[in-house]
Design a protein around this ligand. Structure first.
Ligand code: CTP
Length: 412
């Protein structure tokens, strides 16, 4: 793992420095951890001092271009460098003054910190240094390791989903990703929290962060299907809906390298919010994505994709020349064309595929500079001539030859 040798060297002989959470879980499952989470026990100093120190030394060792991003109140720090990211946190206890809100924190032993976590499989620590180096630590003896072996998702205490309802979304994500079962009493607690709409106590930003993780999973559809099955999608917005068939048809059309499957998935989810005859059919989806604090560029891409079926359906089904198809589609995002194609029946799908796989790559062998060099004055007429020429090329009226294209553009 990038950063691991430097981390081990810095930890040296000092005790109370552990690897925790997903990294330990994944190592024990024989999977490659996505990133490293380190837990540091404070030993007499002020809360967070040891964490800050370790983070700064690690950043220096890894030649990070920026100082670690430190969060004093929570005693946490993030070290980012070219090769990756390591999160360091001070072992802490938490108190939730209000359900769903961020907790009040104070110093704690490693084992105590493990007890406040989401699921037993994420509550295993591995000592990186000191006399216990290489040993596993849990708060409950062997239960955590047994759950990992038996593929069970179990909360550590009954109020877990009430304190932090985003854990409901995490539950769906882990069960889809790892194929683990939800342990019986955890399942009852989750059902109760969902029935009480506990998710509504959480900020849009935190729900958005979890939804973003779900749509970026390798098995994103399974994750989102799980959210839907647990009635969590409808808790985020009553009209969010996953049509698995539609998504898989659209995904099949989406170009692998250039398209963004996670944005396509989100566009599928918000599609039902856009079938509204109002003057601004994107309004409801935009309001939702803003509440969930998606970046403006992602929000705009998703909305444009979700609105594409309405505007592109006719263009995709009208049998026409390649140039007509181009004029209809070139402004739409790839995700929008894929979605519209998947909704437009056999012929629409064919047109979308033709555009996405073939026509959109066709380029002229001349540019505006060639026309300027031949005496065409600069201005919008240059663009018009190039477009007419490109249309001729797409319709097979011009060969893939520079001179022929130049002559056509000068005549246009
Ligand atoms: N955690 C928690 N409650 C949350 C979020 C996180 O208890 N709502 C704890 C869990 O112990 C989790 C750790 O913080 O393992 C780190 O969280 P995160 O980085 O989100 O997850 P990973 O453990 O890295 O797991 P993955 O990213 O693979 O889902």
């Amino acid at each position: 793992m990038p950063g691991a040798p430097e981390l081990l060297e810095l930890a040296g002989e000092s005790s109370g420095i552990h690897l925790v959470g997903g990294a330990v879980r994944d190592l024990l499952l024989g999977r490659t951890p996505r990133e490293l989470d380190v837990l540091v026990e404070e030993q007499g100093g002020s809360f967070g001092d040891r964490t800050a120190q370790l983070a700064r030394s690690l950043a220096a060792q890894l030649h990070a271009s920026a100082q670690p991003n430190e969060h004093e109140r929570f005693g946490t720090a993030i070290v980012r460098w070219e090769g990756g990211r390591i999160d360091i946190a001070t072992a802490r206890r938490e108190r939730y003054p209000l359900a769903g809100e961020l907790p009040k924190v104070g110093p704690a032993r490693i084992a105590e910190d493990l007890e406040r976590r989401d699921f037993t499989i994420n509550a295993i620590a591995l000592a990186l240094a000191g006399p216990d180096r290489g040993k596993l630590l849990t708060a409950r003896g062997t239960e955590e390791l047994e759950d990992l072996r038996n593929g069970l998702l179990r909360v550590l205490h009954d109020a877990s989903f009430i304190d932090d309802p985003t854990r409901l979304l995490r539950l769906a994500r882990y069960s889809a990703r790892l194929g683990f079962q939800v342990e019986q009493s955890t399942s009852k607690l989750a059902e109760r929290a969902i029935g009480e709409h506990r998710l509504s106590t959480v900020s849009g930003a935190r729900i958005g962060a979890e939804l973003r993780l779900a749509i970026n999973e390798a098995g994103a559809v399974q994750s989102v299907a799980q959210l839907q099955g647990m009635h969590l999608l409808s808790d985020i917005h009553p009209r969010l809906r996953l049509d698995e068939r539609l998504f898989s048809d659209a995904l099949e059309l989406l170009p692998t390298a250039a398209g963004r499957p996670e944005m396509l998935l989100l566009a599928c989810l918000v599609l039902p919010l856009t079938v509204d005859a109002s003057s601004d059919p994107g309004w409801e989806a935009r309001t939702l994505l803003d509440r969930l604090e998606f970046a403006g560029s992602e929000r705009d891409l998703v909305i444009a994709a979700a609105l594409s079926p309405a505007t592109l359906a006719e263009r995709l089904t009208a049998t026409g020349r390649a140039s007509v198809l181009r004029r209809g589609l070139y402004r739409a995002p790839l995700e929008g064309v894929a979605l519209a194609g998947a909704l437009a029946g056999e012929q629409g799908m064919e047109s979308a595929r033709r555009w996405l796989d073939e026509l959109r790559h066709i380029r002229l062998l001349i540019t505006g500079d060639d026309l300027l060099a031949h005496g065409i004055p600069s201005g919008p007429d240059i663009g018009r001539r190039l477009e007419v020429t490109l249309d001729m090329r797409l319709d097979g009226e011009l060969p893939d030859e520079r001179e022929a294209q130049l002559q056509a553009a000068l005549r246009a």
